[in-house]
Ligand binder design. Structure first.
Ligand code: G3D
Length: 202
């Protein structure tokens, strides 16, 4: 009886596990975005000072429970030599958050190029995609209206996946909760194509 009840308890409390890649050029604000999300979703999380975060070299990870699922984040480094490693993670992931620095007009073309390369990759096909038009707190930033056409002009490769371009600021928290909740809902809707990994205890 104990085993049965224990099994039932585990089934109810365990969450489906999904993996979300956070991609974008170096300095786009990936780590800050993830840290900002963790401070908003993870109880008792003692966040770091967001304005003290420096660019990702290697991998930052995070875990967030929301909408009844567990999202595991991989924030990958965006430097050119590290971008070569992104595709090793494509097959395993359930969603991508692509972070764009809207304050950096000089690198917007470069960001678009690496975005196209990512969506063209066979292993990202059908994977829900959140484009975070980040650093919206900057006065001179490009707005969503300006960024959207740049990242939506490749409809052939975007295909039928769910895509949203969202105004965000990791620093102020704008769009962070909305973006994460949207991703959580998308991975559930896309579960038939990319089933969750084995459940782990919450
Ligand atoms: P990365 O992980 O994509 O490389 P980081 O980027 O999160 O390390 O951020 C790179 C720089 O951008 C950091 O500044 C960080 O404070 C800043 N940044 C990140 N998100 C935002 C944002 O939403 N608004 C503004 N204004 N700045 C942001 P430094 O000066 O430390 O390099």
């Amino acid at each position: 009886m104990y085993t049965l009840l224990h099994g039932l308890y585990k089934h109810v409390t365990q969450k489906d596990e999904f993996f979300v890649l956070i991609l974008g050029l170096d300095n786009a604000g990936k780590t800050t975005f993830l840290e900002s999300a963790k401070t908003r979703f993870v109880k008792n999380y003692k966040g770091v000072n967001l304005s003290k975060i420096t660019t990702t070299v290697g991998l930052n990870i995070g875990k967030i429970d929301t909408n009844g699922v567990r999202l595991n984040f991989w924030d990958l480094g965006g430097q050119e030599e590290l971008q070569a490693l992104w595709d090793k993670y494509y097959q395993e992931c359930h969603a991508v958050i692509y972070v764009v620095d809207t304050g950096d007009r000089e690198r917007i073309g470069e960001s678009k190029e690496s975005f196209i390369k990512m969506i063209k990759n066979e292993n990202t096909r059908g994977v829900p995609l959140l484009v975070a038009a980040n650093k919206q707190d900057l006065e001179e930033c490009m707005g969503v209206r300006e960024v959207k056409p740049l990242f939506e002009s490749n409809v052939d490769h975007v295909g039928t996946r769910e895509v949203m371009v969202l105004a965000t600021s990791g620093l102020t928290g704008e769009g962070v909760v909305e973006g994460i909740d949207w991703v959580a809902q998308c991975v559930v809707r896309n579960m038939h194509a990319r089933p969750p990994h084995d459940k782990e205890k919450s």
